[in-house]
Design a protein around this ligand. Sequence first.
Ligand code: CU
Length: 169
Amino acid sequence: MYRLLASLCFAFLLSFPVIVQAQTIAVSNAYGFETIGNATSGGFFLTIENTGDEADSLVSAALPENVAERVEIHTHITDDNGVMMMRQVPFVEIPAQSTVEFRPMSYHLMVFGLKEPFVAEHHYPITLNFEKAGAVEVEAMIKSLSKNTETKEINEPQNPDTATHEHMH
Ligand SMILES: [Cu+2]
């Protein structure tokens, strides 16, 4: 029985490597949001910590072929007119002894050619390739948009017609 429990625990650990340590690089808190309708692109966010004494760089990322066609590293920039836009970058440097957070409106992994929609609670393995640390795999979880209150406020603005209608009765 103990042996069975031990192997079950081991299998569980193998299935959900939320934090993966590859020498000096640790990747954690990887997540994306569910996609809406026929969207064929999506994004992932995560935190990369470099505990080493040398800078390293994230140079590429990939998802399994049956999930998406390609993954690009993007950042957000503001142009001369104050317009926010996304730009692909060739790499992101992770300085020695520091942490870089990929988050909305900043660095993110942009996924193109989705083979199926991203569904809340699903997990996907992302392979991150670093210049020095090599390949680091992390499991990313898809979050529901409806549970995100900020998004809900944007998607469901107060309807003035409804408010007036209720007032009349
Ligand atoms: Cu992007």
